[in-house]
Design a protein around this ligand. Structure first.
Ligand SMILES: Nc1ncnc2c1ncn2[C@@H]1O[C@H](COP(=O)(O)OP(=O)(O)OP(=O)(O)O)[C@@H](O)[C@H]1O
Ligand SMILES: [Mg+2]
Length: 371
């Protein structure tokens, strides 16, 4: 098993830069999820790690060894694609045995290895079937079996359950996580589904347009996104963004003024320090608030902002309420199901300032992130 280090990787296709100076370490035994919109460079990253593509710049180090120009076959890495490429004319057993036959393992050894994989993946009952007789989930298990049986240094999984229906995906997600715990291999897992990433990843690396935006534990990325892209991409319903300006009030205190409604809000010392350190007094900022970090009161309270209920969506254990702030701004608040104001009613909100994000409007970067 091995750590994978990507150093300053650049990969171009003609004039398009698919990966732009990527620095990323996938730690030994870690389950790292690569997340990002279509075309951001996830598959290209995996293909570079596997050796199916050679980067134009940078180095790839696997288990301490520089493999940048090594062939795929010399890297000892298993790659499972979105579309399971099983051999249609072979049985499940032969499909899984194939890489071992290629590696000239003995018949006895092959049987032992397959018995082990069959046990892990619970596929004994389908060993004699051909791929056309399998469900999508079974095919995916076989594809995984073929990858596991080689005992590679690392696994690269490219949306391996993307084609399955929702219920199967749920099941395969937990199976894959369990599998990872059982065999403990370094794994890079690609998805463009943020919920899947949050649920599965030890850490998540978020990419956009070939550029790594942030890497961190799911909770860290959720609570402290580096920039507007990450803040927007993670969370459902998404983070609310409110334009504001940092100003000094008549007492010399730094506060935020919400542009839409010209109301001031008091900020934490941490936010004040960031504003001062980064020279951002009198600058346009964006306040980012998750729906669950909006405190909502049905009655007027000091310092709370008066708003109006537009839509109330009951999701069972909680409500999502669309509220109008000022004339045109709509934000979403998440409340307990017991708080159910009527449409058109006035409600009063405050923000949990310990949990908000603040972005520099000009650059889109968080003023609070450590970067
Ligand atoms: N062989 C290639 N030739 C030319 N352009 C390519 C090639 N492979 C990828 N690209 C381009 O590089 C960019 C990154 O592609 P990549 O397949 O890595 O994206 P992705 O994040 O995996 O997207 P998706 O979620 O749709 O699978 C895209 O703009 C894509 O069109
Ligand atoms: Mg892809």
């Amino acid at each position: 098993m091995a750590e994978i280090v990507l150093k300053n990787i650049v990969k171009r296709f003609g004039s398009l830069t698919a990966i732009n100076n990527l620095n990323l370490t996938i730690k030994e035994k870690e389950f790292l999820v690569l997340l990002g919109p279509s075309g951001c460079g996830k598959t290209t990253t995996l293909r570079c790690i596997s050796g199916l593509e050679i980067p134009d710049e940078g180095r790839i180090i696997i288990g301490g060894e520089d493999v940048t120009i090594k062939k795929a076959s010399e890297r000892d890495i298993a790659f499972v694609f979105q579309l399971y490429a099983l051999y249609p004319h072979m049985t499940v057993y032969d499909n899984i045995a194939f890489p071992l036959i290629n590696m000239k393992h003995s018949k006895k050894n092959i049987k032992e290895e397959i018995d082990n994989v069959v046990e892990i993946l619970k596929i004994k009952h389908i060993l004699n079937r051909k791929p056309r007789e399998l469900s999508g989930g079974d095919m995916q298990r076989v594809a995984l079996g073929r990858a596991i049986v080689r005992r590679p240094k690392a696994f690269l999984l490219d949306e391996p359950i993307g084609t399955l229906d929702a219920k199967f995906r749920e099941k395969m997600r937990s199976e894959l996580k369990k599998l990872h715990i059982d065999i403990g291999a370094t794994t890079a897992y690609v998805t463009h589904d943020q919920l899947e990433a949050m649920e599965m990843g030890d850490r998540i690396a978020i990419m956009n347009l070939g550029v790594l935006q942030q890497v961190g534990a799911p909770n860290e990325i959720y609570t402290n996104p580096n920039n507007l892209f990450v803040a927007n991409f993670i969370g459902s319903p998404g983070m609310n963004f409110v334009d504001c300006k940092s100003i000094k009030d008549s007492n010399g205190n730094i506060i935020l003024r919400i542009t839409e409604i010209n109301e001031n809000i008091i900020i934490t010392d941490k936010i004040k320090e960031a504003i001062v350190d980064k020279n951002l007094i009198d600058k346009d900022l964006i306040l980012g608030v998750r729906p669950e970090d909006i405190i909502l009161s049905l009655h007027s309270k000091e310092k709370y902002i008066k708003t109006k209920v537009l839509i109330l969506e009951s999701v069972g254990s909680y409500n999502i309420i669309d509220i109008n702030v000022g004339k045109d701004k709509t934000i979403k608040a998440r409340t307990a199901e017991t708080i159910s104001p009527s449409i058109g009613e006035n409600v009063y909100i405050d923000f949990d300032m310990e949990r908000v994000s603040i972005f520099n409007k000009e650059t889109g970067d968080s003023i609070l992130s450590k970067k």
